[in-house]
Design a protein around this ligand. Structure first.
Ligand code: ZN
Length: 183
């Protein structure tokens, strides 16, 4: 999703695209506590960092504003970037809200107003499970968009990791699909 948002404005630089894309992933850094929780699960006093902090620390307006400000500081197109990073981040929260119910039925309420208030604990009664079919359809559609964009614009999400891998991929795509499809 972040990649699609990052490509909605063609003039962004490679670094700006990376920021917008990572903004759609970064709320889940609060899930990294799973490592500590798993490692200490048999201790007398296990660290419950995943249970306590996942969907809390990173899934709120305070963190959204922090990420947006940091990204904007490093950006050339500041207003555009502020907007796109903010949107990208919130698409993650929206996706969690509508389609990320846990296998145990847990809805993972989103404490959106943190750290300013604990009042809102957002959930949606129609929320589907993380492994439900709509998520596969959405993922498939977004991958198709990313491939189409790569064929057309000459870069793909692989540029976030390796310039070489990216150009090999784009080259292969253009050889496989020599005719550009405009929409
Ligand atoms: Zn999340």
């Amino acid at each position: 999703m972040g990649w699609a948002v990052a490509n909605s404005v063609p003039s962004l630089t490679k670094r700006e695209r990376a920021f917008v894309t990572w903004a759609s992933v970064v709320p889940d850094v609060d899930g990294l506590g799973i490592v500590a929780e798993r490692l200490t699960q048999h201790w007398a006093h296990p660290l419950d960092w995943w249970s306590d902090y996942h969907h809390v620390l990173g899934h709120n307006i305070g963190f959204a504003l922090t990420v947006t400000i940091v990204a904007t500081l490093f950006a050339r197109h500041k207003m555009t970037m502020a907007l796109l990073v903010f949107i990208s981040f919130h698409l993650h929260l929206a996706a969690d809200l509508v389609g990320a119910r846990g296998p145990d039925g847990d809805q993972w309420p989103i404490p959106y107003l943190l750290p300013f208030s604990n009042k809102w604990q957002l959930t949606w009664s129609g929320q589907w499970a993380l492994n439900a079919w709509p998520n596969f359809v959405i993922t498939g559609a977004l991958i198709a968009v990313a491939i189409w964009l790569a064929r057309r614009r000459g870069f793909s999400p692989l540029e976030l990791f390796s310039r070489t891998a990216d150009s090999v991929f784009v080259h292969a795509l253009r050889r496989r699909f020599p005719f550009d499809v405009a929409v």
